[in-house]
Design a binder for this molecule. Structure first.
Ligand SMILES: C[S@@+](CC[C@H](N)C(=O)[O-])C[C@H]1O[C@@H](n2cnc3c(N)ncnc32)[C@H](O)[C@@H]1O
Length: 265
């Protein structure tokens, strides 16, 4: 069998599941075949796909390739298509928002545009995309995230309003994050965070519900981060649980691009 033919076939199958381009998938498979000349030879000597797909080494090879793609989609990686030299990292969750960033930021402005203090929990690199110029009253934007790369990157923005805490959620009592003279944040951003904490660090879920803020914006993705899978219903159940635990009211609904959520007060 032609190697190219089989690469194309497997790539098509992979892109039907994962959020990756066909070109990138084909390239990755090609690289992996290059590193595995023995398997390449077996494939090339086979008569049909059916025959290849029964070979144990081949099955493992494809399984490992899918795994590699899955993990690469979850990680920070060097950006090739963002032009600003300073922004040499990106994260898929912020990246995914780019096509509807303007709409998202307009919504933010309309619901919390008068805020003087904001806390962005698990903020990733969102402060880079946050429209500071449209928040004339804003004095403090407090960012809390465990991600060291994002922290180092955000430091290079030299934004005096940005207070960066490279912390784990729950590491400090909430009061430690309050800027001097502020008793409560005007708004807390928990964007694309709540459902993640529910899945990965459930013991911090309660702590999150207690963030001292007048309003809280919670959002979740409609589609899975790495897979083409509608997860809205599943995510909504977790957001509803969060709302119930806070005892807050829903003041507004957000529904933009791949994201949905609620503004709570
Ligand atoms: C899905 S991303 C969302 C990023 C950003 N809020 C956005 O929507 O663009 C989740 C972020 O939460 C951070 N995070 C996850 N668990 C955390 C924890 N236990 N403590 C601190 N940060 C955490 C990750 O580092 C990541 O930046």
């Amino acid at each position: 069998m032609e190697l190219n033919e089989i690469i194309k076939k497997e790539a098509l199958d992979i892109v039907s599941t994962y959020k990756i381009t066909r070109e990138a998938t084909e390239e990755l498979l090609k690289e992996r075949f290059d590193k595995n000349p023995k398997l390449t030879e077996i494939v090339m000597n086979a008569d049909s796909y059916k025959q290849v797909s029964r070979i144990k080494e081949y099955k493992n090879f494809i399984k490992q390739s899918r795994k590699e793609i899955y993990y690469s989609l979850r990680k920070y990686y060097v950006s090739e298509n963002i032009k600003e030299p300073a922004l040499n990292i990106k994260h898929i969750s912020s990246e995914e928002r780019l096509p509807y960033l303007e709409e998202f930021n307009k919504k933010l402005e309309s619901v919390i545009g008068s805020a003087q203090s904001i806390i962005d929990i698990g903020g990733g690199i969102f402060p880079y995309y946050f429209p500071f110029e449209r928040f004339p009253n804003l004095k403090h934007y407090v960012w809390v995230d465990k991600d060291k790369n994002a922290y180092e990157f955000l430091k290079t923005l030299h934004n005096k309003k940005l207070h960066l805490y490279n912390d784990l959620i729950g590491e400090k009592p909430w009061e430690k994050y309050l800027p001097p003279g502020v008793e409560k944040f005007d708004a807390a951003l928990l964007i694309k965070l709540v459902t993640l904490i529910w899945r990965q660090e459930r013991d911090q879920f309660d702590y999150l519900t207690k963030v001292p803020a007048e309003k809280i914006l919670i959002t979740a993705p409609k589609e899975a981060m790495t897979k083409k899978l509608d997860i809205r219903r599943r995510e909504d159940a977790v957001l509803r649980m969060f709302i119930e635990k806070t005892g807050r009211e829903i003041q507004g609904i957000l529904n933009v691009g791949n994201e949905f959520g609620y503004l709570l007060r």
